[in-house]
Design a binder for this molecule. Structure first.
Ligand code: TYC
Length: 110
Protein backbone atom coordinates (compact mmCIF):
# COMPACT_ATOMS: atom_id res chain seq x y z
CA UNK A 1 0.00 0.00 0.00
CA UNK A 2 1.23 3.51 -0.81
CA UNK A 3 2.36 5.78 2.03
CA UNK A 4 0.43 8.62 0.48
CA UNK A 5 -3.29 9.29 0.81
CA UNK A 6 -5.27 8.95 -2.43
CA UNK A 7 -5.93 12.35 -4.05
CA UNK A 8 -9.66 13.11 -4.18
CA UNK A 9 -9.32 14.72 -7.61
CA UNK A 10 -6.48 14.68 -10.11
CA UNK A 11 -5.77 18.32 -9.26
CA UNK A 12 -5.59 17.77 -5.51
CA UNK A 13 -2.18 17.60 -3.88
CA UNK A 14 -1.69 14.63 -1.56
CA UNK A 15 -0.12 15.81 1.68
CA UNK A 16 1.07 13.75 4.56
CA UNK A 17 2.33 14.91 7.94
CA UNK A 18 5.97 13.82 8.33
CA UNK A 19 6.38 11.07 10.93
CA UNK A 20 9.10 11.83 13.49
CA UNK A 21 12.09 9.57 12.72
CA UNK A 22 13.70 9.76 16.18
CA UNK A 23 14.74 6.37 17.60
CA UNK A 24 16.19 5.70 21.01
CA UNK A 25 19.79 4.40 20.85
CA UNK A 26 20.24 0.71 21.69
CA UNK A 27 21.25 -0.02 25.29
CA UNK A 28 23.97 -2.33 26.64
CA UNK A 29 24.39 -4.06 29.99
CA UNK A 30 27.82 -3.85 31.61
CA UNK A 31 28.56 -7.13 33.42
CA UNK A 32 31.13 -8.05 36.04
CA UNK A 33 32.34 -11.67 36.05
CA UNK A 34 33.30 -13.62 39.14
CA UNK A 35 36.79 -15.02 39.73
CA UNK A 36 38.55 -16.58 42.70
CA UNK A 37 41.27 -13.96 43.21
CA UNK A 38 39.89 -10.40 43.00
CA UNK A 39 39.13 -9.18 46.51
CA UNK A 40 35.56 -8.33 47.48
CA UNK A 41 36.79 -4.91 48.65
CA UNK A 42 38.17 -4.09 45.21
CA UNK A 43 34.92 -5.10 43.46
CA UNK A 44 32.97 -2.84 45.85
CA UNK A 45 35.39 0.03 45.07
CA UNK A 46 34.85 -0.50 41.33
CA UNK A 47 31.06 -0.48 41.75
CA UNK A 48 31.14 2.70 43.85
CA UNK A 49 33.80 4.65 41.94
CA UNK A 50 33.05 3.70 38.33
CA UNK A 51 29.33 2.90 38.46
CA UNK A 52 28.40 5.38 41.23
CA UNK A 53 26.58 2.80 43.34
CA UNK A 54 26.08 3.28 47.09
CA UNK A 55 28.09 1.03 49.45
CA UNK A 56 24.94 -1.02 50.16
CA UNK A 57 24.05 -1.51 46.48
CA UNK A 58 27.69 -2.28 45.66
CA UNK A 59 27.76 -4.98 48.37
CA UNK A 60 24.51 -6.52 47.01
CA UNK A 61 25.80 -6.54 43.40
CA UNK A 62 29.23 -7.89 44.41
CA UNK A 63 27.64 -10.76 46.41
CA UNK A 64 25.31 -11.54 43.49
CA UNK A 65 28.32 -11.80 41.13
CA UNK A 66 30.24 -13.85 43.70
CA UNK A 67 27.34 -16.33 44.07
CA UNK A 68 25.93 -16.47 40.53
CA UNK A 69 29.05 -15.94 38.42
CA UNK A 70 28.06 -12.66 36.74
CA UNK A 71 25.95 -9.58 37.39
CA UNK A 72 24.86 -6.27 35.91
CA UNK A 73 26.65 -3.11 37.07
CA UNK A 74 24.59 -0.76 34.90
CA UNK A 75 22.83 -0.22 31.56
CA UNK A 76 24.13 2.44 29.15
CA UNK A 77 24.34 3.51 25.54
CA UNK A 78 27.11 1.78 23.59
CA UNK A 79 29.88 4.38 23.92
CA UNK A 80 29.32 4.85 27.65
CA UNK A 81 29.13 1.07 28.25
CA UNK A 82 32.41 0.59 26.32
CA UNK A 83 34.04 3.35 28.33
CA UNK A 84 32.91 1.75 31.63
CA UNK A 85 34.34 -1.64 30.56
CA UNK A 86 37.60 0.09 29.63
CA UNK A 87 37.81 1.91 32.97
CA UNK A 88 37.19 -1.32 34.93
CA UNK A 89 39.77 -3.30 32.95
CA UNK A 90 42.44 -0.57 33.33
CA UNK A 91 41.74 -0.15 37.05
CA UNK A 92 41.88 -3.93 37.62
CA UNK A 93 45.18 -4.20 35.69
CA UNK A 94 46.71 -1.28 37.60
CA UNK A 95 45.78 -2.97 40.88
CA UNK A 96 46.86 -6.42 39.63
CA UNK A 97 43.42 -8.06 39.91
CA UNK A 98 42.19 -10.52 37.25
CA UNK A 99 38.68 -9.00 37.34
CA UNK A 100 36.82 -9.26 34.01
CA UNK A 101 34.13 -6.92 32.74
CA UNK A 102 32.14 -7.16 29.53
CA UNK A 103 29.04 -5.79 27.81
CA UNK A 104 26.03 -7.32 26.10
CA UNK A 105 22.96 -5.91 24.32
CA UNK A 106 20.16 -5.20 26.77
CA UNK A 107 17.41 -7.69 25.88
CA UNK A 108 14.84 -5.66 27.89
CA UNK A 109 15.47 -2.74 25.55
CA UNK A 110 12.43 -2.40 23.27
N1 TYC B 1 34.93 -14.30 44.24
C1 TYC B 1 35.77 -13.24 44.77
C2 TYC B 1 36.31 -13.66 46.13
O1 TYC B 1 35.80 -14.58 46.75
C3 TYC B 1 35.00 -11.92 44.88
C4 TYC B 1 34.54 -11.40 43.58
C5 TYC B 1 33.26 -10.88 43.46
C6 TYC B 1 35.40 -11.36 42.48
C7 TYC B 1 32.82 -10.34 42.24
C8 TYC B 1 34.98 -10.83 41.25
O2 TYC B 1 33.27 -9.77 39.98
C9 TYC B 1 33.69 -10.31 41.15
N2 TYC B 1 37.32 -12.96 46.60
Amino acid sequence: MSDFPEPLHDTDIALEVAKPKLKRPPLYKVLLLNDDYTTMEFVIKVLCEIFNHSQDDAMTIMLHVHQKGAGVCGVYTREIAESKVDQVMRYAQEEKHPLQCTLEPDSDDD
